[in-house]
Design a protein around this ligand. Structure first.
Ligand SMILES: [Zn+2]
Length: 364
């Protein structure tokens, strides 16, 4: 059972409440980390105490790892543990953050279990030019060349690739949606995928990111004086690769998309290259059993996170890792890493029960 104690930063001025003080009203707890990820950390410890008080003896060991540094890449947290004390956290499987219950209009819609993560990768595109006096402009110009390359990247879509996890995920998406949207999710399982369904789903950022590797310009730097032709222009391109991707193949694709041999495209490094955790019967049936008992009729949906968690390093170390919390959040108002992060009080106690029962289900 793993949770990270560090949080992503927050600016006091951006919030309505102090992000670093736990505030509450009748319905919610507010504060940076309430969802990501202090609730799970608190729940794991509370449940260990509860098991101990009950004299409960599981038929497998329970290990809780509370880590630091997750939000900055994990090298000082889970990475350090795996490198220096692998025996302390060697488990048959791990329960981690990354999966939530989804509420729609206050009603449970799905309980997700994160089985895969996209892989963070940094690329850089550089345009160089001899420059000159800005009173004598020419068509060749580092800023314009770079701008064209970036627009090519904007207009390019990586091909759709669905692994087993995503096929099950979209099947369940079809079950919790209705009408054309449900049909569109079902269409994703056809070969070839009907174009109109694909276009409609690709227009939604959250769905598009589940279908394919994505690349987007995130930082820009160029020129050296207001009255000089630019001698260089550089852009950072943030890529989120599908699990199992090869950064060198992505690099070759980006070079082709940029389509200008004078520009330099480079791979600058990224996260662990991982495959999805197996959709094992053991974990799926345990999560389904507890979900059905607590929230009857709620679909259990395997997911791939578009962001990264400590789960990537665990999977890379060969420990199948599953993101599931039973913490229900409004699917249209998640607030993770956002302003006024909050967690429903009812959800905290729901997650406490869910993770308690899940641990027992997995050890009997
Ligand atoms: Zn987190």
């Amino acid at each position: 059972m793993m949770a990270h104690l560090d949080v992503v930063t927050a600016e006091r001025a951006d919030w309505n409440l102090d992000p670093f003080v736990l505030n509450e009203d009748d319905e919610y707890y507010y504060g940076r980390g309430t969802i990501d990820d202090k609730a799970m950390g608190a729940i794991f410890i509370a449940n260990l105490i509860r098991f101990k008080r009950e004299g409960y003896v599981p038929d497998r060991d329970f290990v809780v790892a509370l880590t630091s540094d997750e939000e900055s890449g994990g090298s000082n947290g889970i990475g350090w543990l795996l490198e220096n004390h692998p025996g302390l956290i060697q488990g048959a499987l791990a329960i981690n953050e990354g999966g939530y219950g989804l509420l729609q209009d206050g009603q449970p819609l799905a309980n997700t279990i994160q089985i895969a993560e996209k892989i963070y990768a940094t690329f850089r595109v550089t345009a160089k030019n001899p420059g000159g006096h800005s009173s004598l402009p020419r068509d060749d110009n580092a800023i314009y060349d770079l701008a064209e390359a970036l627009l090519n990247i904007r207009d390019f879509k990586f091909p759709v690739e669905l692994n087993d996890v995503m096929r099950v995920s979209f099947q369940r998406q079809a079950e919790i949606n209705t009408g054309e949207r449900a049909a569109d999710f079902r269409a994703l399982l056809e070969t070839p995928i009907p174009q109109d369904s694909l276009d409609r789903l690709s227009a939604e950022a959250a769905i598009n990111a589940q279908l394919r590797t994505t690349a987007v310009a995130t930082l820009l730097e160029g020129g050296h004086a207001p009255n000089a032709l630019p001698q260089s222009a550089v852009a950072n391109v943030n890529v989120r690769m599908l699990p199992g991707s090869d950064p060198q193949e992505v690099l070759a694709t980006l070079i082709a998309v940029v389509d200008n041999p004078d520009l330099l495209v480079e791979y600058r490094g990224g996260g662990s290259i991982t495959d999805p955790s197996p959709l094992s019967e053991e974990i799926m049936s345990a999560v389904e059993t507890v979900t059905e008992a607590m929230w009857p009729g709620t679909t259990v949906m395997p997911t791939m996170s578009t962001g990264a968690t400590d789960g990537a390093r665990m999977r890379r170390a060969g420990i199948p890792t599953y993101g599931t919390s039973g913490l229900f959040v409004d699917r249209n108002d998640m607030r993770i890493h956002g302003q006024d992060e909050r967690l429903l009080k009812e959800s905290l106690y729901g997650g406490y029960e869910f993770l308690y029962s899940l641990a027992k289900e997995l050890s009997e």
